[in-house]
Ligand binder design. Structure first.
Ligand code: UGA
Length: 408
C-alpha cells in the first residue's frame, strides 16, 4: 500500500486523511499552522465535523500530524489540500499550491503530487511549469460537503482523476479500487473544470430558486410548493432548491467568482454566473430589507434576535455566512443584536463579524425573549420545533423573518 502525505489540515485535508486512514493507509498530514497541529496531536479537531474525530481515533495506523512538511512530502502519494482563497480581484490565490509543490519537488521527486484543492483549470499545468516538470502531477478534486465530510470521504458521489498521462490515471484508479463509486479519468484541465462547473451549477440552482422566491413574495405564490412541484421532475431534482438568505461558506462564493474571473480573462464571459453572484449578493441583503420594511430605516433602540450564525447547519463554520452582512447592517442602523447559534460561539467570531460586539444567547428562546424581531439565518433542526405563533409570544412585535422556512 502506498503511503499518503497530505499538505494542509483544513476541511479537505482532514477529510482526505480520515478517508485514507479508515481504509488502512499510513497517512502523514502536515500543516504550517502550529496551533492546529497541536490540537490534532491531542486528539481533537480544529473545527467541528461530525464523526471525524472518531475515525481518527479508530484508525488501525494512527495518522501522524506534523508541522514538518517534508515528512508528508516523503510519502509515495502527496495530496495537496491547501487553501485557494479569493484574491482581491476575484481570482483564486494559488500561492499556497505553488509553494506546496515547490516544497514537494525539493524533498521527494519520486512522489505523485495530487492536487485536491479547488484550483482553476490550467493550474496543474502551471504547477508543472513552476517546478520544471520535477514531479508527476494529477488533479483529483474533492466534492465533500461540510457537516457530511466523513461520509463523503468514505463514499463520494464520484471520483474524478485528472492526469495527462494514462499511467498516472491507472495508479490513482488503483488507489481507489476498493471504493465502489464511479471513477472518471480525464486530463487535468477537464478534471479541474468539473469541480468548478459542479459548484457553480449548484450555486446557480440556489440563486434561481431564490429569485423565484422573490417573485412568489410579490405575486402571493407558495415557494415551497413551487420548489416541490419542480423537484418532482427527476430531470430537475428536489435537491438544492431550498430558498434561503443566499449561499455562503468557504466554497461557492469563491469558486463562482474564480470561474467568472477565468472566463472574462480569456474572453469567455460567464454570463449566467454573473447573474448567480448578483442575485446572491442582493439576496444577502433581503433579511435586513424586510426589517426595514417593518420598522423603517432607523433601528435605534430595537433589539433584533438572530437564530443561526453558521453558513449552514451541522458546522461551526461561518465563513461568508449571510448573517455577517445582516449583523453589520443592523448595528449600522442602530439596532442591538442578540444571536443564538448551537455551534458558533466564543470570541473567534468577532473579527468575521466586522469587529462588532453583540450579545450571545445561550438558547433559542432566551435570544428572542423581549426582542423586537426574529431573523432566522441558519436552518438548524432544533428551530423546526417552533411555530410562528410560538416565537411571537416572546417578541415585542410580530416581525419574524424566516427566509429558510424553518418555522412550522
Ligand atoms: C459545497 C458543495 O456542495 C460540495 O460538493 C463541495 O465539495 C464543497 O462546496 C467544496 O467545494 O468544498 P459546502 O460549502 O459544504 O459544499 O456547502 P453546501 O451544502 O453546498 O451549501 C452551500 C450554501 O448553499 C450554504 O450556505 C447553504 O445554506 C446554501 N444552500 C444549499 C441553500 O441556500 N439552498 C439549498 O437548497 C442548498
Amino acid at each position: 500500500m502506498p503511503s499518503i502525505g497530505i499538505l494542509g489540515a483544513g476541511y479537505v485535508g482532514l477529510a482526505t486523511a480520515a478517508g485514507f486512514a479508515a481504509r488502512g493507509f499510513k497517512v502523514v498530514c502536515a500543516d504550517i499552522d502550529e496551533k492546529k497541529i497541536n490540537v490534532l496531536q491531542m486528539g481533537e479537531l480544529p473545527f467541528f465535523e461530525e464523526g471525524m474525530k472518531e475515525v481518527f481515533l479508530a484508525s488501525s495506523i494512527p495518522v501522524i500530524f506534523t508541522t514538518d512538511l517534508s515528512l508528508a512530502c516523503s510519502c509515495d502519494i502527496v495530496f495537496c489540500c491547501v487553501g485557494t482563497p479569493m484574491s482581491i480581484d476575484g481570482s483564486a490565490d494559488l500561492s499556497y499550491v505553488f509553494s506546496a509543490a515547490t516544497t514537494c519537488a525539493e524533498v521527494n521527486q519520486r512522489a505523485l503530487f495530487v492536487i485536491k484543492s479547488t484550483t482553476p483549470p490550467g493550474t496543474a499545468k502551471r504547477v508543472s511549469g513552476i517546478i520544471d516538470g520535477k514531479l508527476r502531477i494529477a488533479s483529483n478534486p474533492e466534492f465533500l460537503r461540510e457537516g457530511q465530510a466523513v461520509a463523503d470521504a468514505l463514499k463520494p458521489s464520484r471520483i474524478i482523476i485528472g492526469a495527462d498521462d494514462t499511467s498516472i490515471q491507472s495508479e490513482l484508479s488503483e488507489l481507489y479500487s476498493d471504493v465502489k463509486v464511479p471513477i472518471l479519468c480525464t486530463d487535468t484541465v477537464t478534471a479541474e473544470l468539473i469541480k468548478y462547473a459542479s459548484n457553480s451549477f449548484l450555486a446557480t440552482k440556489i440563486s434561481f430558486i431564490n429569485e423565484i422566491d422573490n417573485l412568489c413574495h410579490t405575486i402571493g405564490a407558495n415557494i415551497l410548493d413551487v420548489a416541490k412541484g419542480m423537484g418532482l421532475d427527476d430531470r430537475i431534482g428536489a435537491k438544492f432548491l431550498q430558498p434561503g438568505p443566499g449561499y455562503g461558506g468557504g466554497c461557492f462564493p469563491k469558486d463562482v467568482s474564480a470561474l467568472q474571473f477565468l472566463g472574462s480573462s480569456i474572453g469567455v464571459p460567464m454570463k449566467i454566473l454573473s447573474a448567480t453572484s448578483m442575485v446572491n449578493v442582493q439576496r444577502q441583503t433581503l433579511s435586513f430589507n424586510r426589517l426595514v420594511e417593518f420598522f423603517g430605516v432607523d433601528l435605534a433602540g430595537k433589539t433584533i434576535a438572530i437564530w443561526g450564525l453558521a453558513f449552514k447547519p451541522n458546522t461551526d463554520d461561518f465563513r461568508d455566512s449571510p448573517s455577517i452582512s445582516l449583523i453589520n447592517s443592523c448595528i449600522k442602523a442602530g439596532a442591538s443584536i442578540t444571536a443564538y447559534d448551537p455551534m458558533v460561539r466564543g470570541e473567534s467570531t468577532k473579527r468575521a463579524f466586522g469587529g462588532q460586539v453583540f450579545k450571545r444567547a445561550l438558547s433559542a428562546i432566551s435570544a428572542i425573549d423581549g426582542a423586537d424581531a426574529l431573523v432566522i439565518m441558519t436552518d438548524w433542526p432544533e428551530f423546526e420545533k417552533y411555530s410562528i405563533a410560538d416565537v411571537k409570544k416572546y417578541l415585542r412585535t410580530s416581525c419574524v423573518v424566516d427566509l429558510r422556512h424553518v418555522l412550522k
